[in-house]
Design a protein around this ligand. Structure first.
Ligand code: IVH
Length: 668
């Protein structure tokens, strides 16, 4: 039966609306409609697509949310091999490279180069056929990579289609670039992983690779990846005679290209650019490990050719090693928001990869003992993954006998309460709820983005508020009066008024924000959202039992216990009551997108799952779904466990959606 015109029109409008909002959200961080409204649009889109699969557009926004998990990645042979780069580490070595280029081109003239940062992520290739993104793959061994098309489609900075004129002109376009994760996003992701009791990633590169190489593209969709394009694999496109023009072309087609790119002539300007990039490096929100220098003109590249899998026309100028020696001037103990006491080495300031380092966390007692570090020691430090400076080792030979050993403090350096190292934990903690150091951190956390988002209330103001006694716990923020604020240093009338308005606005935050703001140990933004979705009402969460909590995907025993402990504490309960009294809304929460994913849907189960079928039946039913015994055309999803039976074959024949246990938990 033909799809009614009315539906087709509605479908097209929905795509346009969603695309516009995606762009506002992901490019400019400025959505125009509330999340709930967006979810309604998206649900309607999915509904139409489910009912009329024949009209699904290859570049529909639904492609961004991920697809069915794959059993394994297919392999993709690159039409043109993905090469690696020769390396140089000094101006002399770069001059040698430049000399070889000149010899190869039989010229005495200075060479025109395009220079780009060497991004530290993973290389991928995107194949557009008639303007539509068809295949995306990893570099692999250069000849063959993995088909990660579904995963790449979830990355918003990768266009799903190109402009009509380009599509016509270039029926086949192979675009290469680097998938990376920004440093700031990496830190947030790790917070989330820790809150979910999952091991954090060691550095942004690993996080990017781990996120892209997921068989379940829904997980990739949830990870903050970006794609920087750096070239087109075949350089025989007549309109684009140079690398630089190719980059401008890619930019016009909606790709993200790196802003540090430049076109330069001769060794000296390249070398000056390298120094400038070294200076800029610490301030960039992504990791780079050097600069790639490419002969700009394709005609010259072709003439130079390649040797042992690396082009003769390009080179990577790598930054120098990032380890250095310094002296430990002191070891102090800092108290975080949750009372964890962390040993921190105060260092003789040194510059390392362009930034001055004067502190390094020693993490905890065990790490400190393993290093055998003392005040006065000479140590080697490294900027691990370029984000956090780390003490690698103590140079014991440099000890002169004046070094002073340290041990974890028996009492909290902020409030003097006895510290405890709970069994099974590496951390020492201060459990005094009224500890000032914790109060500052708690208030800062409470007011941060993703929590109550109170503009103007940063670390500095939080410190002032606590130190002057105006605020003892987050609820006090809602009782601040203007005359009191004006007694603070550097607080003028306008600033005070803005702060009070921001505080007023924050009373309307949604439930996930509120839960995250409370700073329950281990509950970050993701867990807060899960809890809000599961309980819907704040008071239900506050009354939840242990069993109820650990039955939730993503909430393990430690987190469940931590939530119980939080609400069992009378100080915390009083604080919440005080927030309510001040007018903080604690609105109920319902995520439209999540609930309709199961509501009204029919499931069939096959194979062995991590729990009884009855357990999963109950879960599905509690979310409004049905479970039936056999696959038919009415089945919406087949939940597939290990060693599935004939139901799987039937489902495939009937094109029923297959879903893994993990995926079901996400829908729930
Ligand atoms: S060009 C033949 N440009 O470096 C040219 N590569 O060793 C090879 N990379 O696997 C690629 N940033 O992952 C190029 N601006 C950039 C790059 C870049 C990072 C990586 C890429 C590749 C490796 C080559």
């Amino acid at each position: 039966m033909a799809v009614p015109e009315r539906i087709i029109q509605e479908y097209k409008t929905l795509i346009t609306q969603i695309r516009q909002n995606d762009e506002l959200y992901y490019k400019y961080d400025r959505p125009q409609i509330p999340d709930a409204e967006y979810d309604i649009l998206f649900d309607r889109l999915l509904k139409i697509e489910n009912a009329h699969p024949e009209i699904v557009a290859p570049d529909s926004p639904s492609q961004r949310v991920g697809a069915q998990p794959l059993p394994e990645f297919k392999s993709v042979t690159h039409r043109i091999r993905m090469l690696s780069l020769q390396k140089v580490t000094s101006k002399e070595e770069f001059s040698d490279f430049d000399r070889r280029v000149k010899e190869g081109l039989e010229t005495g003239h200075d060479i025109e180069y395009t220079v780009e940062p060497k991004l530290d992520g993973l290389a991928v290739e995107l194949i557009y056929e008639n303007g539509i993104l068809k295949v995306g793959s990893t570099r692999g061994d250069g000849a063959r990579g993995e088909d990660v098309t579904q995963n790449l489609k979830t990355i918003r900075s990768i266009p799903l289609r190109l402009s009509p004129s380009v599509s016509q002109k270039f029926p086949l376009l192979e675009i290469r670039g680097e998938v990376i994760m920004r440093k700031s996003a990496f830190i947030k992701l790790n917070d989330r992983m820790i809150a979910q009791n999952q091991p954090p990633f060691a550095n942004p590169r690993n996080a990017a690779a781990g996120s892209l190489r997921q068989l379940n593209s829904k997980i990739t969709a949830d990870r903050p990846l970006i794609f920087y394009a750096y070239g087109i694999s075949s350089n025989d496109i007549p309109d684009l005679p140079t690398q630089y023009e190719t980059m401008m072309f890619l930019k016009d087609e909606g790709f993200l290209i790196n802003e540090q790119i430049a076109k330069l002539i001769g060794i000296d300007s390249v070398s000056a650019h390298f120094s400038a990039l070294t200076e800029k490096r610490p301030g960039l929100d992504y990791e780079i490990d050097g600069m790639v220098i490419k002969v700009n003109k394709y005609a010259e590249q072709i003439k130079l050719g390649e040797i042992s899998r690396a082009p003769r026309w390009a080179v990577a100028w790598k930054f120098a090693a990032e380890e250095t020696e310094t002296i430990v001037k002191d070891i102090i103990f800092s108290v975080g928001r949750t009372g964890i006491i962390t040993p921190v080495a105060k260092l003789e300031p040194v510059r390392i990869s362009g930034v001055t380092v004067s502190n390094a966390s020693l993490h905890n007692e065990d790490e400190m003992l393993a290093l055998d570090i003392m005040i006065g020691d000479t140590v080697i430090i490294r900027r691990a993954g370029d984000v956090i400076p780390e003490v690698m080792e103590v140079i014991k030979e440099k000890r002169n006998g004046n070094e002073k050993p340290v041990s974890m403090p028996k009492t909290c350096p902020s409030c003097g309460t006895s510290t405890v190292r709970p069994e099974g934990s590496a951390a020492h903690r201060c459990f005094n709820a009224a500890c000032p150091a914790q109060a500052i951190e708690r208030i800062f956390h409470f007011a941060a983005k993703g929590a109550m988002d109170i503009e103007g209330l940063g670390e500095k103001l939080a410190t002032q508020l606590v130190e002057t006694g105006l605020v003892k716990n987050p609820a006090d923020i809602y009782y601040l009066a203007k005359d009191k604020l004006l007694t603070l240093e550097l607080m003028g009338d306008k600033k005070a008024q803005n702060l009070l308005s921001a505080i007023e606005i924050s009373k309307n935050r949604e439930l996930p924000n509120i839960i995250s703001a409370l700073g329950i140990f281990g509950v970050g933004e993701t867990a807060a959202k899960t809890l809000a979705e599961k309980f819907g009402e704040f008071d239900k969460l506050a009354r939840a039992q242990y069993d109820e909590l650990i039955s939730i995907e993503g909430i393990g025993p430690t987190l469940a216990q931590s939530i119980l402990d939080y609400f069992a504490n009378s100080g915390n309960r009083e604080m919440i009551a005080k927030m309510k009294k001040a007018g903080v809304g604690f609105p109920s929460y319902k995520s439209a997108r999540k609930s309709t994913a199961i509501n009204g849907k029919t499931f069939v189960i096959t194979g062995t799952l991590s729990n009884s079928r009855d357990h999963f039946k109950k879960l599905i039913e509690s979310a409004g779904g049905k479970v039936s015994g056999s696959v038919s055309s009415k089945t919406d999803y087949l939940l597939v466990g290990d060693t599935p039976g004939s139901k799987l074959d039937n489902a495939k024949k009937l094109r029923v959606k297959l879903i893994s246990e993990e995926e079901l938990m996400r829908l729930l």
